[in-house]
Design a protein around this ligand. Sequence first.
Ligand SMILES: C[S@@+](CC[C@H](N)C(=O)[O-])C[C@H]1O[C@@H](n2cnc3c(N)ncnc32)[C@H](O)[C@@H]1O
Length: 346
Amino acid sequence: MKIYFQSPQVTLYQGDCLDVLRTIPDNSVHLILTDPPYHATKKANITGDRNFKTDRDYLEWLDTIAEQWQRVLAANGSLYCCASPKMAARVEVMLEKRFNVLASITWTKPNEPGYDGWKQKTNKESLRSWYLHSERIIFAESAAGEDSKLPAFGSLIKKTRLATGLSTIELTEAIGEYGSVNHGGAVSNWETGRNIPTPEQYQKLKAAFSKFSPQVPELPDYEKIIRPFSVTADIPYTDVWDFPTVKPYPGKHPAEKPLDLIAHIIKASSRAGDVVLDCFAGSGAVGRAAKMLDRQAILIEIEEEWCQKIAQRFSKPSEPLPKVNKPAFDLREEPLFQVLEHRNPM
Ligand SMILES: C[S@@+](CC[C@H](N)C(=O)[O-])C[C@H]1O[C@@H](n2cnc3c(N)ncnc32)[C@H](O)[C@@H]1O
């Protein structure tokens, strides 16, 4: 294991990610965005894709890595882990032991005519099942240690409230923020992670806790505990994504992810200055997008060939940031939806 390349924004390690992960401090990474060998695809040109005899061996290996992810991911952190459609369900179940899984995104991998690869060449009539032409990206957040279904933020609020001796209703009354359905609704929704407080509501929470129990330690700053997540109607905000695959070019990584897909994740799930980690860097797409978006990147790649290519890319002037595609279908922009919403706002 060695540092192969370093700049103010990017550190690239060459080595086994497990060895490097063990050197990364606890709670120091805001976003883990990574694309492990898929195992199911058994590609000879991707290191690790053929390492495991059985699916169980693969999942056990990935779980030792996930254990480190759990340790290094900050309380407000997000995890995006790519998986093949064949393995995704089992990878998700494995991750669920350590994280609060929020979505399994389907990337439909559209390609332009002429770049269809195996899909075009396959003899359709000889298929015995549906041609696999999508990938999954499992999206999860840091969970409270004792309950992987509870986000770290919800758990902290709940523990602090219990330490102050306030009920959800009493706390709701103290801050004057009521849920639309039941009286303690706002606080309950925050505790279960269904919702997050606004910065103003969070200040009221802090004030209420210190008023009722000055001996209870103060809540951390908003940004340190609330997971960033920002999407709008203008970008893909559903769990089905249509980013075109990377067209072949000399020196392309066989599993290279589109830069706009990576940038989309980084923009939605991190803040400027945050630390983004990719344990299986390949072409270094995560590092490139992180740098363009003013985040810090930690990249790990086992193969010298790819480390060399990544380092070469970072030595050149920065590329322009790709524009994120508009969703192919946006319900809110449909005339029918607009008429209905006008008549009967949701
Ligand atoms: C699926 S590819 C990642 C492709 C990458 N997302 C991109 O956009 O180019 C997986 C990469 O992980 C690397 N790899 C495999 N096992 C590794 C390990 N134990 N530690 C670090 N890198 C590893 C492989 O060499 C390969 O480049």
